[in-house]
Design a protein around this ligand. Structure first.
Ligand code: CTP
Ligand code: MG
Length: 228
């Protein structure tokens, strides 16, 4: 039987956050932001190892105490210039078997819960392709013209917002990402092989912290839902 592993890209700079400190190290509920996703992934009994992909020059990760996670947490200092490169490099360095399942999860999604993980794994563990957590788009969508005026209203029916974790077999994912390095998520790379990853219904709480105001919402959710 194959094992489950997590791979957490955390080599970004958080430019949209507008803070000198990289986003993954900003304080959130008394911890660096990255702690929360790593804590949830490390507590998941199905997951054997949590690899975290850091920038080669990262000096901050080791300034925190990660000993509570023991060997289950493995830092890899091989991040690249894009998220796809960081995932590709991390996958290579992790030396997983082709049939192992890998759950790629953004360090910047701190509100991931055990329930999200359990649902993803349950729905995909016997799947031939793999898939992602996602939510149906809630707002009406407008396409802008070059004057920032509404060119048209897009049909919302059937549109979903991709989240993470994105769960694929390590061999398939390495093959998919090897094709080119301009994918914004793992599913897009797998889609480019002509495959159809499954959409596993998530909820909006598993959002990505991108802008400063997102920190406040994440803090509220973490205080409500989790033991920190
Ligand atoms: N990431 C990465 N390597 C990169 C770029 C991003 O590992 N070269 C990681 C980020 O650290 C984050 C995840 O990918 O955990 C999602 O990316 P995003 O939210 O876009 O984070 P940043 O790229 O850091 O932020 P920004 O785009 O605002 O600069
Ligand atoms: Mg980015």
């Amino acid at each position: 039987m194959s094992d489950f592993y997590a791979l957490v890209p955390a080599a970004g700079s958080g430019s949209r956050m507008g803070n000198d400190l990289p986003k993954q190290y900003l304080p959130l509920a008394g911890r660096p932001l990255i702690f929360h996703a790593l804590n949830t992934l490390c507590a998941c009994p199905d997951i054997a190892t949590v690899f975290v992909v850091l920038a080669p020059g990262d000096t901050l990760f080791h300034s925190y105490d990660w000993s509570r996670f023991g060997d289950k947490l493995q830092p890899l200092y091989c991040g690249g210039a894009t998220r796809a490169e960081s995932v590709t490099n991390g996958l290579l360095a992790s030396e997983l078997e082709p049939d192992d399942w890998v759950l790629v999860h953004d360090a910047a999604r701190p509100c991931l819960t055990q329930a999200h993980l359990a649902k993803l794994i349950l729905e995909l563990r016997d799947d031939a392709v793999g898939g992602i957590l996602a939510v149906p788009v809630a707002d009406t969508l407008k396409r802008a013209d070059d004057q920032q005026r509404i060119a048209c209203t897009e049909e919302r029916e059937g549109l979903w917002q991709a989240q993470t974790p994105q769960m694929f077999r390590a061999g398939l994912l390495a093959q998919a990402l090897g094709n080119a390095k301009k994918f914004t998520d793992e599913a897009a790379a797998v889609e480019a092989l002509g495959l159809k990853p499954k959409l596993v219904l998530s909820e909006s709480g598993n959002f990505k912290v991108t802008y400063p105001q997102d920190l406040l919402l994440a803090e509220l959710l973490l205080q409500q839902g989790k033991e920190i």
